[in-house]
Design a binder for this molecule. Structure first.
Ligand SMILES: [Ca+2]
Ligand SMILES: [Ca+2]
Length: 457
């Protein structure tokens, strides 16, 4: 773990540069992402797919696997194929990629790294049980000479298919040595709507990180909390902001249910969190270790398995919903802006998020800092810019729940670009999570964050 000793922070002379050109993403931070969807059944996967495609510039997307076969394509009573002529889930996926192709030129005026429609289409494969395309895609991805892990999101296999990842694990276990199999499985971080653990059965002792987004059921499955927590957040209106007047991709949005979106919104590099740390919380909520019954316990090697069982205190109320609702307005405004990008003729016709420059760092990575108890730390984000020249508002706060220090910590100038924290004297050995939230004055207002994790010595 890398700590940054902060002694004296020199004033950063900042010049806000109005670039008026597509916003750059930090290449070194890019995550490799593969998703599997049972698109074509419950209509929510199509809505999640619209959101996913609008963020696919933020990752190296290496596959989209559609696992619903033709004989299960017309059976779901809540299907809504949006008039796309399709015979199976893969066909329907291609219909969405066609719509992406129609807005691609517009999107790339606003952000770099949107994949070309033809290359994205090459990464789309069928994945039902009598097709090896999805399995082969996963094996080829893990065998590629790339040390970064692969973040695999499973949006469900309720058409009866076995997850392509599990089939890939089974195949590699059968065909390769034990060491090669272990190295293969260890390339994956999985995030699934997967109550009974089907994605990992037989492999749970090797998977380095598994985040379950559908459960537990606390007044409803976590999957079913997406809609109530986000549908109207910040005045969000699905017809006005997505389905109408926002181009052909937004027009294919089906329903705000979108429970599968929990599997990838936490991978968006907003600066709020680190996807390797599900207990820290982010746009998909905050997760804790899952113990419990024999099927779902952590693997024999103690490999971690997390689910949405944590609670946050916000405005005097403590509950699980707060772990996501506290960010929901920001997430929905961000989605709105990207839908505006689909139709905005020019960079200046839509809003773009601030780029935070904090402690001489303008990536979205979590900053880890060591500080002596009783000292004062200056936290400096005065070099932050907005690509549109918007006014920026700053809010520094202690995110208490992910840290281990339980007392009060004093933050001064918490609404300025530079704040000071007095490190408590009784906190040796504890950790403190500070979040900087910067919101611009554009329409809709957009928010980015930095998290500073202070280890108190
Ligand atoms: Ca699904
Ligand atoms: Ca802006």
């Amino acid at each position: 773990m890398i700590y940054r000793e902060i002694a004296v922070i020199s004033a950063v002379v900042c010049v806000a540069i109005l670039c008026h050109s597509p916003v750059r993403a930090a290449d070194s931070q890019r995550l490799r992402v593969i998703v599997e969807t049972d698109i074509g059944g419950d209509a929510d996967d199509q809505a999640s797919l619209v959101r996913f495609l609008l963020y696919c510039n933020e990752w190296d997307v290496e596959g989209i696997i559609a696992d619903r076969p033709a004989n299960k394509f017309h059976s779901d009573p809540v299907r809504n194929h949006k008039g796309i002529k399709a015979n199976d889930g893969y066909d329907l996926l291609l219909g969405y990629l066609d719509a992406y192709a129609l807005v691609y030129d517009s999107l790339r005026r606003h952000a770099e790294n949107y994949p070309e429609p033809a290359s994205l289409r090459r990464l789309a494969v069928p994945g039902w049980n009598d097709s090896d395309s999805g399995v082969n895609l996963l094996i080829a991805a893990a065998d590629r000479d790339d040390a970064r892990p692969i973040w695999y999101g499973n949006w469900g296999s309720n058409s009866g298919s076995i997850s392509n990842l599990r089939r890939a694990f089974d195949k590699v276990k059968q065909e390769r040595s034990a060491a090669e199999y272990e190295a293969f499985v260890r390339k994956f971080r999985i995030c699934t709507l997967d109550g009974p653990g089907q994605t990992r059965q037989g492999h749970e002792d090797q998977i380095p990180l598994h985040i379950e987004t559908g459960y537990p059921d606390i007044g409803g499955r976590w999957y079913h909390r997406f809609r109530p927590l986000t549908e109207h957040a910040g005045g969000f209106d699905v017809r006005r902001d997505v389905q109408q007047n926002h181009g052909p991709l937004g027009a294919l949005y089906t329903t705000p249910k979108e429970g599968d979106s929990w599997t990838f919104v936490y991978l968006i590099p907003t600066g709020l969190s680190d996807p390797s740390e599900p207990t820290w919380g982010g746009w998909a909520g905050r997760y804790g270790p899952r113990g419990g019954d024999s099927l779902n316990k952590a693997g024999p090697n103690g490999t971690p398995f997390f689910w949405a069982n944590q609670q946050d205190a916000v405005n005097g109320k403590t509950n699980r919903d707060n772990t996501a609702s506290r960010w929901a307005e920001h997430m929905q405004n961000d989605f709105r802006a990207r839908l505006d990008w689909c139709v905005a003729k020019d960079f200046t016709d839509a809003n773009h998020a601030p780029i935070i420059h904090c402690q001489n760092d303008d990536t979205a990575a979590v900053l880890r800092v060591a500080a002596a108890v009783g000292s004062k730390l200056t936290l400096d984000a005065s070099g932050t810019i907005d690509p549109d020249g918007d006014e920026l508002s700053y809010r520094w706060f202690v995110y208490a729940e992910p840290g281990t220090y339980r007392g009060e910590a004093m933050l001064q100038d918490s609404t300025k670009s530079k704040a000071t924290i007095e490190v408590p004297i009784n906190a040796r050995g504890k950790s403190l999570h500070i979040v900087l939230q910067v919101t611009d004055s554009g329409i809709p207002p957009l928010t980015r964050y930095r998290r500073i994790v202070i280890e108190l010595r």
